[in-house]
Design a protein around this ligand. Structure first.
Ligand SMILES: Cc1cc2nc3c(=O)[nH]c(=O)nc-3n(C[C@H](O)[C@H](O)[C@H](O)COP(=O)(O)OP(=O)(O)OC[C@H]3O[C@@H](n4cnc5c(N)ncnc54)[C@H](O)[C@@H]3O)c2cc1C
Length: 312
């Protein structure tokens, strides 16, 4: 049997677990792992829990990928017809089957918020999604102690980051559009209980949204829609994620897949999507993405090898 090439785009939870599964289950498959330019594969869950707090160095969050041809060259586009991917360097790679495991990108603040871009350029407004974000936050936290950190968002990453920063001795204020942060993810009852437990530890501005941001030399002021001014040394946006994929799937909606993780818009092309980039759909229900580490790792193992990679 001739060797076939499986291209895997993205070296995070789903991509690295697809590599491990193919290595152990298929002898006649050559794996071509394509990671983002300038980026060593890493465990994203350690961005806020380890690196941002200075508990881990970026290298300590690295994922190990052994015995696999790995290129750090961002994939710009996929051509399902020719079975090729086009890389940022201008190179092209051919594949017999392709696993797209490019995960997600952070939602940013709305562009209509006055002063948003200035705050980002000054380094006082950031997302907390990548190792680069974590290093930026870590450096700012090292500047003053305690640092006054404004967290924008009411989801799990926002709440967890708030707790971690409080434990590390910083002053935290949480600004969320929701009146009960986390209610959509963990249910109203549990979310309300967590809110009751956390509220004495930090300031909360719930049911409100930022309207404008003023950047000063040493601090940032967020002006809320009810006119309240909230001041801090740093603001972190944790407004969830959107799918991130190369063309032709560059929109925020991700890659719709069937029950075997086959990309629906490239039928019979041996293209699969796993992890935070994949959009699932059950008849009668709305579409959804699952952006969690364990689920992404598990979905990465669904790439079963040539039996499914060679038949559409
Ligand atoms: C701060 C933070 C904390 C989190 N904590 C938890 C937690 O405690 N528990 C939990 O379950 N989940 C957590 N998550 C979510 C979890 O990290 C993700 O759900 C998981 O990493 C998704 O796996 P993935 O493989 O789909 O994407 P990722 O792990 O993000 O991997 C995708 C990879 O693809 C690369 N890539 C993207 N585009 C391209 C391209 N065009 N070419 C080449 N490479 C590309 C990316 O750079 C990245 O390395 C957290 C997320 C964040 C941001």
């Amino acid at each position: 049997m001739s060797t076939r090439t499986v291209g895997i785009i993205g070296a995070g939870a789903a991509g690295t677990s697809a590599v491990k599964t193919l290595h152990t289950s298929e002898a006649d498959v050559e794996i071509d792992l394509l990671a983002r330019s300038g980026e060593r594969p890493y465990n994203r869950t350690l961005v806020n829990k380890g690196v941002a707090l200075g508990l881990l160095e970026p290298d300590q969050a690295a994922l190990s990928v052994t015995d696999t041809r790995t290129s750090t060259d961002t994939v710009r586009s996929v051509n399902p017809q020719t079975r090729e991917v086009h890389l940022a360097s201008g190179k092209t790679r051919a594949y017999d089957a392709l696993v797209i495991a490019t995960g997600s990108r952070p939602r940013t603040l709305d562009e209509t918020i006055i002063g948003r871009d200035q705050a980002v350029s000054a380094g006082q407004l950031t997302t907390l999604h990548s190792i680069a974000d974590a290093v930026r936050v870590r450096n700012l936290l090292a500047g003053t102690h305690p640092t006054r950190v404004l967290i924008l968002g009411g989801g799990l990453v926002a709440s967890e980051t708030a707790s971690l920063l409080i434990e590390a001795g910083h002053d935290v204020a949480l600004i969320a559009r929701s009146l009960v942060p986390g209610a959509t993810a963990i249910g109203e009852h549990v979310a309300r209980r967590l809110l009751d437990l956390s509220q004495p530890q930090h300031a909360t501005y719930l049911g409100r949204q930022p309207r404008a941001i003023r950047t000063h030399a040493d601090r940032i002021t967020i002006i809320l829609d009810d006119g309240t001014h909230v001041e801090g040394d740093l603001a972190i946006v944790a407004h969830g994620t959107l799918a991130a994929a190369p063309a032709p799937w560059t929109g925020p909606e991700g890659i719709p897949v069937d029950g075997h993780l086959r990309a629906l818009h490239a039928p019979r092309q041996r293209i699969y999507a796993a992890g935070g980039v994949a959009v699932h759909h059950y008849p009668g229900h709305s579409s959804y993405r699952i952006d969690h580490w364990e689920d992404s790792s598990a979905k990465g193992t669904t790439q079963r090898g040539p039996c499914c990679m060679t038949s559409p």
